[in-house]
Structure formats: C-alpha cells, structure tokens
Design a protein around this ligand. Structure first.
Ligand code: 5GP
Ligand code: ZN
Length: 115
C-alpha cells in the first residue's frame, strides 16, 4: 500500500508527525533519528509504505538504490570520512519500525562487530 495510516514513518512523510527533514524527493525522505546513536544519525526511507528493505528491493530496485545514493550524498555534505549504513529486518534483528529505513550513522569511530 502507498501509505499506512498507523505507521509513524508514513506520518513523517505526510508531515503529520514532525521531524528534522534533511532530504526530500518524490521517492525518498531523510530525517534525523529521534534517538541519535552518533553525531550523524539519519534515517532514509521510501515515501511508499513497505515493511522492510527486502520487500522494497523486490518492489523497486530503483528506490532501493536511491536510499544508498542519498546516504552517500548526506555523508558527503557533512564531510564524514566514514559512515555506516544499517538495515534491520525483523524484531530479532532490532527492527522496531516496520517501514523500511536505512540508517546513516557517522561522526564518531564505530566498533565492529555490532551488538
Ligand atoms: P529500527 O530499530 O527499526 O532499525 O530503527 C527505528 C529507528 O527509528 C530508531 O533508531 C528510533 O530511534 C527511530 N524512531 C522511532 N520513532 C521515531 C520518531 O517518531 N521520529 C524519529 N525521527 N525517529 C524515530
Ligand atoms: Zn509507513
């Protein structure tokens, strides 16, 4: 479905929930995470409601690629020398919002492996 009225990220797309928007196009919106884990923590999402990145990839390889392009662009604008993109799928992996989103995390050194 294009929008899910119960989805907080759909409400950010429509403006019904406020967010610090850092990028917007017809297909993609990026905004600051409300609980940042690093100096830069941006969420990059498709404007259509899709549950996770795999479903988005099957639906639209183009919009999936756009998420990564926007991440690169924002990282460059902020002068990040390195950054991490995270995609959580399913509760066990830590997904808490079931509207596909690409985390862009940077601005500090990041440990590996993740928890
Ligand atoms: P997940 O755990 O699903 O990979 O990531 C969801 C992210 O969404 C979390 O990092 C969380 O802080 C963020 N988040 C949840 N609710 C909101 C909100 O209402 N506004 C914003 N800007 N971020 C949110
Ligand atoms: Zn949604």
């Amino acid at each position: 479905m294009a929008l899910d009225l119960n989805c907080i990220f759909c409400k950010i797309v429509t403006g019904d929930i406020p967010a610090q928007i850092v990028y917007r196009s017809d297909n993609v919106v990026a905004f600051d995470d409300i609980t940042p884990q690093a100096p830069t923590h941006v969420l990059i999402i498709p404007t259509i409601h899709v549950e996770n990145i795999g479903d988005l990839a099957q639906l639209s390889p183009t919009i999936t690629a756009d998420l990564f392009s926007v991440a690169k662009q924002i990282a460059a604008e902020r002068g990040l020398s390195g950054f991490r993109n995270v995609l959580n799928t399913g509760e066990e992996a830590g997904q808490s919002v079931f509207h596909a989103h690409l985390h862009l995390i940077g601005g500090r050194s990041l440990a590996w492996p993740p928890g």
